[in-house]
Design a protein around this ligand. Structure first.
Ligand SMILES: Nc1ncnc2c1ncn2[C@@H]1O[C@H](COP(=O)(O)OP(=O)(O)O)[C@@H](O)[C@H]1O
Ligand SMILES: Cc1cn([C@H]2C[C@H](O)[C@@H](COP(=O)(O)O)O2)c(=O)[nH]c1=O
Length: 240
């Protein structure tokens, strides 16, 4: 029986690397797969890993019909044993339904990879549907880390050096500049640049909720770290 598997993690946790490794291992054993991705950082129709590997893939648009993609190949005499679906957070809920149907009715394995939640900590529609439908959900073993050393569980968006919690759900970008301690204090907005610079940083929940990025932490030393914010308790007016 084929399965729909969802491999998830924060940004920079090795999802695309694993996608390319799985493709390699299956292909090496004579199986034939179709690779899909959507809005990869390296450009259209691509799966790219920060380890330097990249390969061609079919670009998924909101109107892409996976069922037709697969039946089209099969009716032309092609073979399809599995699908590799990267950046699956950007797929629509309906497309995830199609992937589940491909696993069940065509007996084709579907390996989907994506981040679960956005910079506002909300589920992406594609990831939500994968959580609802997948036979198995596997969280990536190589943990991305927060600047404090704890496991990173959340993705922060940083615009011109400041963590933001408002904006469009989808803005393609990378983590590297934000995580690099050499570039962490000053934002690299070039003089006269019209467009704001958007980057991402992986954080633990605590620092995501406090909006403390590596830049913010660099500005603080030792015991200057802020205490958790708790509203002051309401006090009754003193009576004599
Ligand atoms: N220079 C490097 N040396 C070793 N490992 C690296 C290097 N750069 C990136 N990586 C590894 O690659 C991972 C990111 O892989 P990638 O597949 O691009 O992530 P994702 O698709 O989850 O965003 C990092 O978490 C790290 O483990
Ligand atoms: C958190 C978050 C991320 N994105 C974008 C940024 C990247 O282009 C991809 C994630 O790619 P990765 O291979 O997992 O690093 O998603 C976004 O559009 N909105 C967000 O909230």
């Amino acid at each position: 029986m084929a399965e729909l598997l969802f491999f998830c993690g924060t940004m920079d946790s090795g999802k695309s690397t694993l996608a390319l490794q799985m493709e390699h291992n299956h292909r090496a054993r004579g199986r034939k797969g179709v690779l899909f991705s959507s809005h990869d950082r390296a450009g259209e129709s691509m799966i790219s890993s920060r380890l330097g590997l990249r390969t061609r893939a079919v670009e998924v648009h909101p109107d892409t019909d996976f069922w037709s993609e697969v039946t089209g190949r099969l009716t032309q005499g092609g073979r399809v044993d599995y699908l590799i679906c990267d950046e699956a957070q950007f797929y629509t809920a309906g497309q995830i339904d199609q992937l589940a149907r491909i696993a069940d009715d065509m007996d084709i394995d579907v390996f989907a990879f994506g981040i679960t939640s956005d910079f506002k900590t909300r589920l992406f529609p594609g990831s939500q549907r994968l959580v609802e439908l997948a036979d198995r959900i596997q969280v990536l073993q190589v943990e991305a880390l927060c600047w404090c050393g704890k496991r990173a569980t959340h993705n922060a968006r940083i615009v011109d050096g400041t963590m933001v919690v408002e904006g469009d759900q989808m803005v393609v970008g990378d983590v590297e500049a934000a995580a690099d301690p050499d570039t962490a204090v000053e934002m690299p907005r070039s003089a006269g640049a019209a467009e704001p610079v958007t980057e991402y940083e992986t954080l633990c929940r605590r620092h995501h909720m406090r909006r403390q990025t590596s830049r913010a932490s660099n500005a603080l030393v030792g015991n200057e770290l802020p205490l958790p914010f708790e509203p002051a308790p309401e006090t009754e007016p003193a009576t004599l």
